[in-house]
Design a protein around this ligand. Structure first.
Ligand code: ARG
Length: 408
């Protein structure tokens, strides 16, 4: 009888390599590995593909997800100016749902009953994988070997690997856990687990150290948006993906885009996280500047609340959920008139918005100016303030009457 199949989200690292053998031996399954290219910097994915086969996978697939990642995932994140806890632009939280989508597709293609991932029991990623898979196919069963097996330390894992013919890394492992894609890099573990320790210089690869490595001249960049999507850089039409790559380069060389924060994970633990997100942060900043100019006040203010909710949902693994989809609809509507140019100035770790213009601009010079061209009706302000301040005045009168002037 042929064996049941499992689709494994494979990265090429020790954990997921051990997963292949473990799923074969402990669960008696045929393993089909899927590795996704979401624009991570380090990997030779053909090597990763071969490695899975060498360990014993019956099939090993590499999928280039970059275009789809940009067009269907990052574009929505930018429309929502997504920043979890107002700081973290959701690097890993955005790549999980696209990987999930492809895992489920491959599972259907091969008639696999199971999907497996190499996440531990402490992070957010396990939640994102599993809730995402269930959203797309509630009948698929999930296996999380790392959560299940009894290999407590890395040494134990390496011993198990060696004993079962899984290649053991020969170079010393980096003390950090890193996850990266086009939208940036997440760096955890090692000395970073002490929140008082300044991050060592060696954790960064996309951004220069603004104190010693960055250019001495400011660099100006014009980003053009078409309905909320970046479409040109310094006047030159470019795809959103190429703009992300270029902005990672430009912002990175000027030392902009480092984040060092304490973050609240969904599972209830606070963790110290470092990120470098030069392109993402610069593009979100520029996009917000465009919206400041083009969105009507009530819409803009309401959108700020929607943005927070969107980021929290996606952080918490609810990319595929009815509320998140409905909020996407709201954000998409808001983007119709977000078209125009934003000028940014980079200099030694900073990124400042110094200009913005749009054919849909709601900025009205004759209303805003303090000079002779002023068209604002000053006399209307008097009555407006009278009514706006009326509840406060009524309250103040009452407090005075009882001898409690100004006290709540
Ligand atoms: N804390 C971030 C998040 O939950 C980054 C996770 C990075 N994942 C990793 N396996 N290193 O989105």
């Amino acid at each position: 009888m042929s064996r049941e199949k499992v689709i494994l989200a494979y990265s090429g690292g020790l954990d997921t390599s051990v997963c292949i053998k473990w799923l074969m031996e402990e669960k008696g399954l045929d393993v089909i590995c899927v590795a996704g290219d979401v624009g991570q910097e380090r990997q030779d994915l053909e090597y990763v593909r071969q490695k899975a086969l060498q360990i014993g996978a019956v099939e090993s697939i590499v999928i280039d997800m970059r275009e789809e990642f940009v067009n269907d995932f990052l574009s929505k994140a930018l429309a929502a100016n997504a920043m979890y806890e107002n700081k973290y632009p959701l690097v890993s939280a955005l790549s999980r749902p696209i990987i999930v989508k492809h895992l489920v597709e491959v599972a259907h293609q091969y008639g696999a009953k199971y999907i497996a991932h190499g996440c531990t029991g402490k992070g957010n990623d396990q939640v994102r994988f599993e809730v995402g898979i269930k959203a797309l196919d509630p009948d698929i069963e999930i296996i999380a070997p790392v959560r299940e097996w009894d290999l407590r330390t890395r040494d134990e894992e390496m011993e198990w690997a060696a004993a079962h013919g899984v290649p053991v890394p020969t170079t010393k492992k980096s003390p950090y856990s890193i996850d990266d894609n086009l939208w940036g890099r997440a760096i955890e573990c090692g000395i970073l687990e002490d929140p008082w320790q300044e991050p060592p210089a060696d954790i960064y690869t996309l951004t220069n150290d603004a104190r010693v490595q960055t250019p001495d001249e400011a660099e100006y960049v014009i980003i053009s948006f078409d309905q909320g999507i970046p479409c040109a850089l310094n006047g030159e039409p470019m795809s959103f993906m190429d703009i992300i790559l270029a902005m990672n380069e430009i912002a990175g060389r000027n030392g902009f885009g480092r984040i060092d924060m304490i973050e609240n994970r969904l599972i209830g633990v606070k963790s110290r996280e470092c990120y470098e997100v030069p392109g993402a942060l610069a593009l979100i900043q520029a996009h917000k500047a465009m919206e400041d100019l083009c969105l009507e006040r009530e819409l803009l203010h309401y959108k700020l609340e929607v943005e927070q909710k969107w980021a929290t949902l996606v952080y918490n693994g609810l990319w595929y959920s009815p509320l998140k989809e409905a909020l996407d609809g709201f954000c998409a509507t808001t983007q119709r008139l977000v078209t125009g140019d934003v000028r940014l100035r980079f200099f030694k770790g900073s990124c400042v918005t110094v200009g913005r213009r749009s054919e849909y601009s709601l900025y009205d010079y004759s209303l805003a100016t303090y000079d002779a061209a002023d068209a604002f009706d000053h006399s209307a302000a008097k009555g407006f303030i009278e009514l706006h301040g009326l509840p406060t005045k009524v309250w103040a009168r009452q407090r005075r009457k009882v001898g409690r002037d100004g006290e709540i």
